[in-house]
Ligand binder design. Structure first.
Ligand code: 7TS
Length: 408
């Protein structure tokens, strides 16, 4: 197995004990832990370079601006993009809302359709529902195959000329299923629709190059890829970003302001109103430096191996149901499961007693839960710092839970 355990010492939180046990952190799909280099970069900014960006002519302001814009270049390069195609946002959710309000509001009309999949996170559903209210557009859904990958065989029926937006996830945060990116990007192009890729669970886990994706927009969050909370990115094709209106107005995003009207700064600044999250942007830059140094191919290989091992080990446990593809080429490293009729929250509580952090709940994907006819799942999710012994501990703890709940 690709052994990245030497990296664990870069993550100070992994030294913690929880309920008398070493922390076993299996909740990286919710948010990842942060290495020293990210924490230090943010600390250093506040200690040495703290100033607002894009304004003052003084030395600190220039240095802070260089760090902030330097991070934009690093994050852009990480996905094969140019810096002026990369907008800093609060995260994936904000990025998708910017597209919905900034592009959708000006382009959608009554009767238009927004094609999504049933496995979307609420972040890629609710903004479209909101925008439908204003425009009279309507959501249409692709459903799932038996292995819980997206069923594209019904595309012919739903892909009509009035589809204006195709919005889909690169990887489900519940089932781990990878999205059919090529098929849906091509489907969007074929009817003149724009494509929006929710990359929250994709960009952290696999090499991504926007030139290969074929989509119009990509959204992702720093905190799911070793960076801080409060920052993420929206990448868009230059012509799409030009077509998009700013969702927020204020300082920084203008060119001229008169009493009754204003003109906008060039992309990407027209989308970054007000003082941006400067320290967070710098932390985001340090996070992609860290990922680059390890290598995204190495990280992807490691996750595939630990996911395969997890699926194998979980399959041994009687009464345990895994929700998601078994084939590791069709999935990422978020593994959802149920144990008999024990409520997933009870599972998570028992695991926590052994120091194991998993998430239980609907994972902000209620339409998917309804489709699967379950209220919730427990979910173990992995990243570069996880090791197979942690999977063994999870399995041992699940056997304990079986006993405790009288499953024999
Ligand atoms: N899209 C997907 C696929 C996600 O998994 C998440 C967050 C989001 C969008 C929203 O990202 P945010 O950074 O703007 O909040 N997913 C999860 C999760 O699975 N558990 O906690 C947050």
């Amino acid at each position: 197995m690709t052994d990245l355990r030497a990296l664990r010492s870069d993550f100070p939180i992994l030294d913690r004990e929880i309920n008398g046990h070493p922390l076993i952190y299996l909740d990286s799909a919710a948010t990842t832990q942060k290495p020293d280099s990210v924490l230090d970069a943010m600390d250093e900014y506040y200690r040495l370079y703290n100033a607002n960006v894009h304004r003052g002519a003084h030395t600190l302001a220039t240095e802070a601006t260089e760090l902030y814009e330097g991070s934009r270049s690093k994050v852009a390069r990480f996905i094969g993009a140019e810096p002026d195609q990369l907008v800093f946002t609060r995260g994936t959710t904000t990025a998708i809302n910017y597209i919905a309000y900034g592009w959708g509001l000006n382009h959608l009309k009554e009767g238009d359709k927004i094609l999504v999949t049933i496995m979307e996170h609420h972040a890629n559903l609710v903004p479209w529902q909101l925008i439908s209210r204003y425009t009279g557009a309507e959501l249409v859904y692709l459903e799932l195959n038996d292995d819980l990958t997206v069923d594209t065989s019904t595309l012919d029926q739903v892909l009509t000329d009035d589809v204006a937006i195709v919005a889909f996830s690169g990887m489900s945060n519940v089932t781990g299923a990878l999205g059919p990116i090529d098929v849906l990007a091509e489907a969007a192009r074929s009817v003149g629709a724009i494509s929006v890729l929710d990359g929250a669970q994709l960009v952290p886990h696999t090499p991504v190059d926007v030139a290969d994706l074929g989509v119009d927009f990509l959204a992702f969050s720093a905190h799911k890829m070793l960076g801080p909370t409060g920052i993420g990115a929206l990448w868009g094709k230059p012509e799409r970003l030009e077509e998009m209106e700013p969702t927020e107005g204020g300082g920084e995003m203008i060119n001229t302001v008169e009493r009754n009207e204003s003109t906008w700064a060039p992309v990407p600044h027209k989308f970054e109103a007000g003082t941006p999250p400067i320290a967070e942007a710098i932390g985001f830059g340090a996070a992609v430096d860290y990922l680059d140094a390890v290598g995204m191919d190495t990280i992807a290989a490691h996750e595939r191996e630990i996911t395969a091992y997890t699926l194998d080990r979980l399959s041994e446990i009687p009464d345990l149901t895994i929700y998601g593809p078994r084939d590791v080429t069709l999935r990422g490293s978020a593994v959802s499961f149920e144990l008999g009729d024990v409520h997933p929250h009870d599972i998570a509580t028992i695991l926590d007693q052994d120091g194991i952090a998993v998430r239980a709940g609907h994972h902000c994907a209620r339409p998917l839960m309804k489709y699967l006819k379950i209220p919730a799942t427990a979910r173990a999710s992995f990243y570069l710092y996880n090791v197979p012994e942690e999977v063994d501990a999870l399995v041992e703890s699940l056997y304990k839970a079986r006993k405790l709940f009288g499953l024999t």
